[in-house]
Write a protein that binds this ligand. Structure first.
Ligand SMILES: NC(=O)C1=CN([C@@H]2O[C@H](COP(=O)(O)OP(=O)(O)OC[C@H]3O[C@@H](n4cnc5c(N)ncnc54)[C@H](OP(=O)(O)O)[C@@H]3O)[C@@H](O)[C@H]2O)C=CC1
Ligand SMILES: CC(=O)C(=O)O
Ligand SMILES: [Mg+2]
Length: 762
C-alpha cells in the first residue's frame, strides 16, 4: 500500500465521522403516540406475542434480517492475531458489505477472548438477537472446534466465512479456470500455501467436487505437511499430510496445475513458477497482499491464469462474492443451518454467472468495460447485480430441497423478482409493468440499434420475454458489438435487424421514404432531403416503421439532442386527435418512493386547459404502473393565498380536472412541502382530497418541472424513469442521453404494457 492510498484509507475511515456504520430506525418516531406504540406500553404487545410463540420474533423484530459478524481477532485478513479491537474495521467492513450487497442488517461483535470454550459460550448466548452468525477471522485450528460446537448448539445458521465463503468462491474459480485451461479436476495437481481455516476448507470442497486427495500437497509456515511431521501439526492439517521427502514449497511445485495461496504475503517466488505444469492456475489470495503479485506471476508464466483477493487486479477471488448472498438465501427461507447442498448450489450459481455475459451495472462499476469470460474474468465481479438474483434463490432452493428451511419460499419466481429491489431501485415500480408486458410481447423498434446500452437492454428484454426487438442499424456492426460484449442473442432468430442504408431492406424503406416525403413535404422539406434523413437518422426510420404498422412501438434517441429526436418523431407520429398536444412525464425513484413530474420536457408555459390535460394524461400513466395517482398542482402559493397569474392558473386547472374526472385524487394549488407532507397540508387546508404524500406533481411551467425533477434526482441520488411521452398517437418514447440499459428495458416494458392495456380497452 503506498502512502497516498494509506492516507486515503485512513481519511475514509475517520471522516466525516468515525467508522463505517450507523443504525437507522425503520419506524416513525414523531409523536407521543409513536412513542407509546414503539416503547411502553405498545411494545409489550409484541413481547407477549413472542413469549407465547417464539417464531413471531420474525414478524415483530429485526431478527430475521440481522446477522452478527463475530471475531476474536486471531487471524485478521493476513495480518495475523492483531486482536479484537484492531480487527474492528474489518468486521465493520463485512457488516457494510452485508447491507450494501444483500440488504442484510449486520452488527460487528469483537470478543476479546482466545480461549475457544469461553468464546463459544459468549457467542451461543447471543442466539436470540440474530437470524444468523458469521464467524470471521478466527485462526485455525481453534476455528474448527468453535464452528462445529456452535453449529450443534445454535438453531440458526453459523457460518465461518473464511472457511466456507472462501471455499465456495475458490471452487467456482477453480472450476471455471480449469475449463478455460482445458483441464479436469480429477487429474489436477494442487499445491497450497496455507493450512489454515481458508485453505483446508477449500481443499475439502475441491475434493467433494472431484479433486483427488493423492494429487494435493499442503504447505504451511514450516513447509510441506508430510506424514510423520510433529512440529506445528494438528488433526485438521494431518488429513492432508503426504508421504513425501519434499520439505519446502518450491520442491512440490513441479508439474502443479493449481497453486492455492491462503497464507501470507510474497511467499511464492517468481523463479519457482517455471517448474509448474502447463497453463497453471495461480490463486494468490492472501489479503491485503497476495503470495505473489499478478504482474510478477504473469511475467514468469504468461500461460497462467492469475487471481488474487484484491479488487485492483482482474479475477478477484474473495468471499465477498459469496457471503452476502448465501446468507440472503438462508435467511429468506428460515434455514436452520447452511449445509453442503446449499454451498454446492452457491458454487454452481457463481461459476455459471461468469460464463454468461456481464451486465451493464458490472461494466459501469469497472469503468465501462464489460468483461467477457476468459483468462482475466473467470468469476463474476462483486458489483455484479446478478449475484444476488442467482445465488440467493439457488441457496434457498437447496435449503428447501434438503429439508432445513423453516419458512419455505412458495413462489421462487416471485422471490427472485422481490430480490430485484436490492439491485434495481426501479424493481418495485416496474414489477407490475413487466408482468403485464410478458402477457403479450409486442414488436418494439430501437432506433439506436448499434448502441451498447440498447444491445444490453435488448438482451434483457429477450430474457424477460417482454418484447420482440427490431434493431435499426448495420447488421455487421451489430453482430460485432454483440460478440464483443459477449451477449447471447441470436441475430438471425431472436431479433430483427433493419438497415435503411442497405439494399437488402430497400423493399421496406423505399415505400416508407415516400410516406415520409409526403408527411414532411408539406413543411417544405424536399424529397432528396427526406430520403437522406431516412438513411442517416435512425429515429426517422424507427418512427416510420411504427407509423406504417410494421412495429407496435418505438424507442428512439439517447444520443445527441433530445429535442432533435422529438421533432423527428413528432413530424411522423404526432399527437392523438383527442388531445390538444403532447406532454412529457418523468418519474424519480428515491429511498422515499417514486414521484412523477409533469411536464418536464415539452411545453414551456402551459395554459390552464393544458395543465388540466397533462394532469389527466399523467394520472392515466401513473395508473399504468399499478398505482393510484395522488396529484398535486404546485405553485408558490397554497390554496388561494396568492392572486399571481400562475397561482390563478393552477386553481382554474383544478376546476377543469375535477369536472373531467371527479374521482381523481387531486388538489391544489399548493406549495411543494404541502404536497409531500400531510401535516403541512393539514395546516393550510381542512379537507385535502388525498392523504399522505402526492405522487404526481404538476407544475405551472417547464422550468419549474424540469428543475424540480433534476434537483430531486441529484440531491437524493434518485433514479430517473422516462421521460415518457403523453398524448402521442402511437407508442413512442425519446430517450435522454443519460439513459442506462436498465432505463431502456423499463421503457420497453412500459410501452408494451400500455399497448396491451389500450387493446384491452383499459
Ligand atoms: N481472498 C479471500 O477471500 C480470502 C483470503 N484469506 C486470506 O488467507 C490467509 C489465511 O487466512 P485464514 O485461513 O483465515 O488464517 P489461518 O490463521 O487460519 O491460517 C493461516 C495459514 O497460513 C499459514 N502461513 C502463515 N504464514 C505463512 C508463511 N509465511 N508461509 C506459508 N504459510 C504461512 C499458516 O501456517 P501455520 O498453520 O503453520 O500457522 C496457516 O496455515 C489470510 O491472508 C487471509 O487474508 C482468507 C479468507 C478469504
Ligand atoms: C476476505 C477475508 O475474509 C479475509 O481475507 O480474511
Ligand atoms: Mg476473513
Amino acid at each position: 500500500m503506498d502512502e497516498d492510498f494509506r492516507k486515503a484509507a485512513l481519511d475514509y475511515h475517520r471522516l466525516p465521522r468515525p467508522g463505517k456504520l450507523s443504525i437507522e430506525p425503520t419506524k416513525r418516531m414523531a409523536s407521543q403516540r409513536d412513542l407509546a406504540l414503539a416503547y411502553s406500553p405498545g411494545v409489550a404487545a409484541a413481547c407477549e406475542e413472542i413469549a407465547a410463540n417464539p417464531d413471531t420474533a420474525y414478524d415483530y423484530t429485526t431478527r430475521g434480517n440481522m446477522v452478527a459478524v463475530i471475531t476474536n481477532g486471531t487471524a485478521v485478513l493476513g495480518l495475523g492475531a492483531i486482536g479484537a479491537l484492531a480487527s474492528k474495521p474489518v468486521m465493520e467492513g463485512k457488516a457494510v458489505l452485508f447491507k450494501k450487497f444483500a440488504g442484510i442488517d449486520s452488527v460487528d461483535i469483537e470478543i476479546e477472548e482466545r480461549d475457544p470454550q469461553k468464546f463459544i459460550e459468549a457467542v451461543a448466548v447471543m442466539e436470540p438477537s440474530f437470524g444468523a452468525i458469521n464467524l470471521e477471522d478466527i485462526k485455525a485450528p481453534e476455528c474448527f472446534e468453535i464452528e462445529r460446537t456452535l453449529r450443534e448448539r445454535m438453531k440458526i445458521p453459523v457460518f465461518h466465512d473464511d472457511q466456507h465463503g472462501t471455499a465456495i468462491i475458490v471452487a467456482a474459480a477453480v472450476r471455471n479456470g480449469l475449463v478455460m485451461q482445458g483441464k479436469d479436476i480429477a487429474q489436477a495437481k494442487i499445491v497450497t500455501s496455507g493450512a489454515g481455516a481458508a485453505a483446508l476448507a477449500c481443499l475439502d470442497l475441491l475434493v467433494a467436487m472431484g479433486a483427488n486427495r493423492d494429487n494435493i500437497t499442503v504447505c504451511d509456515i514450516e513447509g510441506v505437511v508430510y506424514e510423520g511431521r510433529t512440529t506445528l501439526m494438528d488433526p485438521y492439517k494431518s488429513r492432508y499430510a503426504r508421504q513425501t521427502n519434499a520439505r519446502k514449497l518450491p520442491d512440490v511445485l513441479g508439474g502443479a496445475d493449481v497453486f492455492l495461496g491462503l497464507s501470507a504475503p510474497r511467499v511464492l517466488k517468481a523463479e519457482w513458477l517455471p517448474s509448474m505444469g502447463d497453463k497453471p492456475l495461480i490463486l494468490a489470495l492472501a489479503n491485503p497482499e497476495p503470495e505473489i503479485l499478478p504482474e510478477a506471476a504473469k511475467a514468469a508464466r504468461p500461460d497462467a491464469i492469475v487471481a488474487t483477493g484484491r479488487s485492483d487486479y482482474p479475477n478477484q477471488v474473495n468471499n465477498v462474492l459469496c457471503f452476502p448472498f448465501i446468507f440472503r438465501g438462508a435467511l429468506d427461507c428460515g434455514a436452520t443451518t447452511i449445509n453442503e447442498e446449499m454451498k454446492v448450489a452457491a458454487v454452481e450459481a457463481i461459476a455459471r454467472l461468469a460464463r454468461a455475459e456481464a451486465s451493464e451495472v458490472v461494466a459501469a462499476a469497472y469503468g465501462g468495460h464489460a468483461p467477457v469470460f476468459g483468462p482475466e474474468y473467470i468469476i463474476p465481479k462483486p458489483f455484479d447485480p446478478r449475484l444476488i438474483l442467482e445465488i440467493a434463490p439457488a441457496v434457498a432452493k437447496a435449503a428447501m430441497d434438503s429439508g432445513v428451511a423453516t419458512r419455505p419460499i412458495a413462489d421462487m419466481a416471485d422471490y427472485k423478482r422481490e430480490l430485484e429491489r436490492h439491485v434495481f431501485r426501479s424493481g418495485d415500480l416496474m414489477r407490475p409493468v413487466f408482468e403485464s408486458a410478458r402477457q403479450a410481447p409486442k414488436r418494439v423498434a430501437y432506433a439506436e440499434g448499434e448502441d451498447d446500452r440498447t444491445l444490453r437492454a435488448v438482451q434483457t428484454v429477450l430474457d424477460e420475454g417482454i418484447a420482440e426487438p427490431v434493431l435499426i442499424g448495420r447488421r455487421e456492426v451489430i453482430a460485432a458489438r454483440i460478440k464483443a460484449m459477449g451477449l447471447r442473442m441470436d441475430i438471425d432468430q431472436s431479433v430483427r435487424i433493419m438497415d435503411p442504408t442497405s439494399q437488402a431492406d430497400a423493399a421496406v424503406f423505399g415505400p416508407l421514404g415516400e410516406l415520409y416525403a409526403r408527411k414532411v413535404g408539406r413543411r417544405g422539406i424536399p424529397p432528396e432531403a427526406a430520403a437522406l434523413n431516412l438513411r442517416t437518422r435512425p429515429t426517422v426510420a424507427a418512427s416510420l416503421l411504427l407509423e406504417d404498422g410494421q412495429v407496435d412501438a418505438a424507442i428512439v434517441g439517447g444520443n445527441g439532442e433530445w429535442m432533435r429526436h422529438w421533432h423527428q418523431v413528432n413530424d411522423i407520429i404526432g399527437k392523438r386527435e383527442d388531445v390538444g398536444r403532447a406532454y412529457a412525464l418523468t418519474g424519480v425513484i428515491t429511498q422515499a418512493g417514486t414521484t412523477f413530474f409533469v411536464d418536464t420536457h415539452l411545453l414551456v408555459d402551459p395554459d390552464e386547459a393544458q395543465v388540466a390535460e397533462m394532469t389527466l394524461l399523467a394520472a392515466a400513466q401513473v395508473r399504468a404502473f399499478g398505482r393510484q395517482p395522488r396529484a398535486a398542482l404546485l405553485s408558490h402559493s397554497s390554496f388561494g393565498a396568492s392572486q399571481a397569474p400562475s397561482a390563478k392558473k393552477m386553481r382554474a386547472a383544478l376546476k377543469l380536472i375535477r369536472e373531467a374526472d371527479p374521482e381523481l385524487a387531486v388538489d391544489g394549488e399548493m406549495q411543494a412541502d404541502a404536497a409531500l407532507i400531510q401535516a403541512v397540508r393539514d395546516r393550510v387546508v381542512a379537507d385535502s382530497r388525498f392523504s399522505g404524500n402526492a405522487n404526481l406533481l404538476v407544475f405551472p411551467n417547464l422550468d419549474a418541472a424540469n428543475i424540480a425533477y433534476n434537483l430531486l434526482k441529484a440531491a437524493a441520488d434518485g433514479l430517473q424513469v422516462g421521460p415518457m411521452l403523453l398524448g402521442m398517437r402511437k407508442p413512442v418514447h425519446v430517450l435522454v442521453p443519460s439513459v442506462t440499459a436498465r432505463g431502456i428495458v423499463n421503457l420497453t416494458a412500459l410501452v408494451v404494457a400500455k399497448e396491451i392495456a389500450m387493446q384491452d380497452g383499459v
